[in-house]
Design a protein around this ligand. Structure first.
Ligand code: MG
Ligand code: MG
Length: 257
């Protein structure tokens, strides 16, 4: 069952997702060779609490931290640690908030210093695939149209799409219906409706699509140990099938310019 949101609820979801967007930018300011992923986690936690919210991931299904910090071949759900970021790493930062009974959830993959052309292109195409998915949203669209646009863009560029983890609805729960896979067929799946709020989050691998979960029970890594990237935005479907993007990368992009 899909929980459609009222206009008021969408504004609370926007507040949450804007705070996530600002938190990602705050973390991005500090992403440099030498900083540990746990230090970045503490910066995010303080920023979220200073802004009147709770970290959405902390304690969620037992997750131990505020951020998922996924370096290089880690796809998602990396646990912050004393690992020091190195020049040339890519690090996916996934962040959630909980405020006024609703969640925020977005992610961005950052370059640490100068990265290889190969990694740079993976980030570019993964981010583009997210926007290609969002562009599919209209009054007649189905989830499969979003899924297919993401998959097509990634695969046309020689990359592969992770199957085991997917996007989702968001609201009072972080993960609600509908499922939003990053692969699929046009015209398939749930029809979009005004009041749906979904997180679209392509996880795209440089090499093969297979992944495994490490012994910590969280860290999802590519089987071939090649890079993986992840970008996520929360989007509300409004009247006439208009996409209203609730989170934004603009705070990050201002910083990186
Ligand atoms: Mg998500
Ligand atoms: Mg996320």
């Amino acid at each position: 069952m899909i929980n459609l949101k009222t206009d008021e609820e969408i504004e609370i979801l926007r507040e949450n997702n804007l705070l996530v967007s600002k938190t990602l930018a705050e973390v991005g300011k500090h992403i440099k060779p030498g900083i540990t992923t746990l230090e970045l986690d503490k910066i995010a936690e303080a920023f979220i609490r200073d802004n009147g919210a709770k970290p959405g991931f902390l304690g969620y299904n037992g997750f131990p931290n505020t951020l998922c910090m996924s370096v290089n071949s880690v796809v998602v759900h990396g646990i912050p640690s004393d690992y020091r970021l190195q020049e040339g790493d890519i690090v996916s930062v996934d962040c959630g908030t909980l405020m006024k009974g609703f969640y925020g959830d977005s992610a961005y993959t950052f370059a640490v210093g100068k990265i290889s052309a190969e990694a740079e292109n993976l980030l570019k195409i993964t981010k583009e695939s997210l926007y290609k998915g969002i562009e599919q949203i209209n009054s007649n669209a189905r989830i499969g149209d979003i899924s297919n646009a993401i998959q097509t863009h990634a695969e046309n560029n020689g990359y592969s799409v992770v199957r085991e983890l997917i996007g989702h609805g968001i609201g009072h729960d972080m993960h609600e219906k509908p499922d939003v896979p990053n692969y699929g067929r046009k015209g398939n799946g749930t029809k979009l409706q005004s009041g749906m709020v979904i997180c679209i989050e392509p996880m795209i691998n440089l090499g093969r699509r297979e992944v495994y979960v490490e012994d910590d029970g969280w860290t999802v890594r590519t089987c071939d140990n090649k890079y993986s990237a992840h970008f996520e935005l929360a989007v509300a479907i409004r009247d006439k099938g208009k996409a209203d993007i609730l989170s934004t990368f603009k705070f990050i992009e201002e910083l990186l310019d």
